[in-house]
Design a protein around this ligand. Structure first.
Ligand code: ZN
Length: 154
């Protein structure tokens, strides 16, 4: 597969997520939520998270308006962190942000990171990197902002 084929594939994945986003909608009940805004592009998304008693992130959804990349990134983000434990989520966020912002050409194992790899294409368009990282930063805030609903460990 040469570079052009790969770009086409990435573009296809992004357009498909933008058209039919996964996990779009409000989440209720939820353990946390946060809003993210990317003034460079005007992307505005809200991320909702729900954790089980043991801390497993069993549901993540998003709502919002933005460009195709920001929406695809949010859709891909929700897919990639769902059902991970706190350490797994943290590692995934770090991995994604590293991949999206690294100056080095990242090594990509498509079989392991799946659609996340499609976002790596934005590294060639510095103005769009924030569109792709927005969902991940917003997820971080949503996780830190726990306590909107807490019915456990009274
Ligand atoms: Zn954008």
């Amino acid at each position: 597969m040469d570079d052009d084929d790969l770009s086409d594939l990435y573009q296809e994945i992004i357009l498909s997520h933008n058209k039919r986003p996964h996990n779009e909608g409000e989440l209720d009940p939820r353990s946390g939520e946060a809003e993210g805004y990317n003034p460079l592009c005007g992307d505005r998304i809200r991320v909702y998270v729900h954790k089980t008693d043991s801390g497993l992130l069993d549901a993540v959804t998003f709502t919002g308006e933005g460009c195709a990349i920001s929406r695809a990134a949010a859709s891909i983000m929700t897919d990639s962190v769902k059902n991970l434990d706190p350490a797994g989520v943290e590692a995934k966020i770090a991995e994604a942000l590293e991949m999206l912002t690294s100056k080095e050409e990242p090594e990509i194992d498509l079989t392991v990171i799946g659609d996340l790899a499609a976002l790596v294409g934005v590294r060639h368009f510095p103005a769009r990197i924030k569109c792709a990282t927005l969902a991940w930063h917003t997820l971080e805030s949503a996780l830190k902002g726990e306590g909107i609903v807490s019915t456990e460990e009274g």
